[in-house]
Design a protein. Structure first.
Length: 197
């Protein structure tokens, strides 16, 4: 082989190594994003929409606190559930659920890439994936960046991160939040709330 062939071969090897390194970095970033804890709200931090009392401050919770790893259930990424689901413990959904979920006094976490439809009843909802249909949450809803909520959402408190997507009707604290109603700047949500007709 002459020097030109060696240079060409070396260039090809460098390109392959760069592609492999890029792939490794992307997969590591995806894994770290999936393992990133959801923000929880504690007394004395930023304001929530609805009947928010003092402004709560966002703090990071451990994955065990969010997923209920000790006393909770997990629907994995490769699991597809169809039908009615009732639980009396924390529920983390990483796969797909098509049916009614009843978790009246429990926390439900919908992970990145997870899908949930058409109905959920829970105490708390942490949404990083996609929910469509009717969501009735008695305490609070946290919608992460990149998450999607379509349909009817009813909750006492709503925390919506920038980059989240809402479409449908939102009922916060017993009142309907419509885009035509002015919202004080201190309570403005960074996500788009639109009313479907």
């Amino acid at each position: 082989m002459d020097s030109a062939e060696w240079l060409l071969l070396g260039g090809l090897v460098c390109c392959a190594l760069l592609l492999l390194d890029g792939y490794r970095r992307v997969t590591r970033r995806q894994r770290s994003l999936a393992a990133t804890p959801v923000d929880t709200v504690s007394p004395g931090s930023e304001p929530l929409l609805g009947n928010a009392a003092p402004a709560p401050r966002a703090t990071k919770a451990t994955p065990e606190e969010i997923s209920g790893a000790i006393d909770g259930s997990l629907i994995g990424r490769t699991v597809n559930v169809q039908g009615r689901l009732e639980t009396r413990e924390t529920l983390r959904i990483e796969g797909q659920v098509e049916g009614n979920i009843s978790a009246d006094d429990q926390r439900v976490v919908v992970g990145t890439g997870a899908r949930l439809a058409p109905r959920l009843v829970a105490r708390e909802l942490y949404l990083a994936g996609t929910c469509s249909g009717q969501m009735e949450v008695s305490d609070r809803v946290v919608i992460e960046m990149g998450a999607r909520q379509e349909g009817q959402l009813s909750t006492a408190r709503l925390h919506c991160h920038e980059g989240a997507w809402l479409q449908g009707t939102v009922d916060i604290g017993g009142r309907r939040a419509a885009p035509s109603r002015p919202v004080p700047p201190s309570l403005a949500s960074p996500c788009l709330v639109s009313e479907s007709r």
